[in-house]
Design a protein around this ligand. Structure first.
Ligand code: GLA
Length: 398
């Protein structure tokens, strides 16, 4: 499918239905969609017991399917045409390193079975995602929650939204081997049109906050530099934070960096006594405090302040957490100079996407100038999309 970011969901579903019929010689009976996400602020705080503030977006993953009478699951992806139809049997859901992208759906089937749910039958399935792959917009959580929705609906609504998000995280941690937090699955699963989700990752309590941007829009800027978290420094950052907390715990009792104020961190960081670990921990603490300040600013309609806190978040991720890299830095720094009232990387970092809040009447010149600066430096284009804040996973009538 050519550039799906520009297609309507209706066009995508029509193409998927036709392709399914050609592929499986049968018509699909059900359709589903699951969104991706952006995180407005609160980055690398979810495994540090802090707050995150993400929202689901209208780019995501689509599926059409038909139930089978046996225990075989056939899945093809329009994003990976060369891998054709991939299959597994519901009697053997063990991880196989040769499965590639199939591990995400297969992992969800396994997570459901491990919960004690009976997987009654197989399916023929065709999926397609218009989330750029490896772009930090949670294409993997989108697929996990898509299958959470499919399994829940086809096998009678057994799990709640929070439980589904937890199952998705489990697949990521135990099946795929990325030690990620709960943010992505939670944001995708609990997404609501027009709202961002303030989630306390310590208690899993969440609150919806309306995003009223007036004459501004959120522009997603894609570096087109892919990254896979499995091979990235993601797990390393997580363990650096764990080490730093252990050292703090020798002198004071804090359950996580989310439980510390900036002042407390200042008072106790002598116990860490290591330049790198201090920087990592300082980000975890300050980013959490910034997120709380940002929510207050948003509630008071102080959009400029919200924007400056996004900028501060990027600075902290660039200099203290060191997860941005030249591609993201170029986009974000150039966004600051070209009309954005706030811009920062979003997601894990190491490539992928950044976001910027830009006034409507400056969006075209913003894209042109930031795009030019980026291309001059890296020799290839960045892509720009407008973020539409969307609902969580849903069935789409065929
Ligand atoms: C990835 C992980 C999330 C979160 C972010 C960084 O998206 O999957 O759990 O840690 O990085 O905020």
């Amino acid at each position: 499918m050519e550039d799906g970011t520009k297609k309507t969901s209706k066009q995508i579903m029509e193409e998927l239905k036709n392709d399914f019929t050609n592929m499986y010689k049968n018509n699909p009976t059900k359709g589903y969609f699951s969104p991706g996400r952006i995180n407005l602020i609160g980055e690398h705080t979810d495994y540090n017991g802090g707050y995150v503030f993400p929202c689901a977006i209208s780019l995501g993953t689509y599926a059409v399917l038909k139930k089978r009478d046996d225990m075989i699951v056939n899945i093809a992806s329009e994003n990976f045409k060369d891998t054709g139809i991939k299959s597994f049997n519901l009697d053997n859901l063990e991880y196989d390193k040769n499965d590639g992208w199939l591990s995400y759906p297969k992992g969800m089937f396994k997570a459901f079975a491990d919960q004690g749910h009976k997987l009654q039958h197989g399916f023929d399935i065709l999926i397609y995602g218009n989330l750029p792959d490896g772009s930090g917009l949670s294409s993997s959580a989108s697929i996990e929650m898509l299958f959470g929705k499919i399994l829940n609906s086809e096998f009678n609504d057994v799990e709640s939204g929070v439980e589904l998000a937890q199952l998705g995280q489990k697949v990521e941690n135990d099946y795929i081997g990325v030690n990620s937090g709960i943010m992505d699955q939670f944001a995708v699963e609990m997404g609501r049109e027009g709202y961002a989700i303030l989630l306390d990752t310590n208690t899993l309590k969440s609150e919806l906050a309306p995003i009223k941007l007036g004459n501004y829009k959120i522009v997603i800027m894609n570096t087109n530099k892919k990254r896979g978290l499995k091979d990235s420094k993601y797990n390393e950052r997580r363990s650096e934070c764990e080490q730093a907390l252990k050292l703090i715990n020798q002198v004071a009792d804090f359950t996580s960096f989310g439980a510390m104020s900036n002042e407390e961190f200042d008072e106790y960081n002598y116990a860490i006594d290591d330049a790198t670990l201090i920087k990592r921990a300082r980000h975890a603490v300050s980013e959490n405090q910034r997120t709380l300040r940002a929510i207050t600013a948003l509630k008071q309609n102080a959009l400029d302040e919200f924007g400056r806190l996004m900028n501060a978040s990027h600075i902290s991720l660039e200099y203290d957490y060191e997860v941005t890299g030249p591609n993201l830095d170029t986009l974000v720094h150039s966004a600051w100079k070209n009309g954005a009232i706030g811009a920062r990387m979003t997601g894990a970092g190491f490539g992928g996407c950044a976001i910027a809040i830009v006034p409507d009447d400056k969006i075209e010149s913003f894209k042109e100038h930031v795009g030019k600066t980026y291309k001059a430096k890296f020799g290839y284009d960045a892509d720009f999309y407008i973020a539409n804040i969307s609902d969580g996973p849903q069935e789409i009538k065929l």
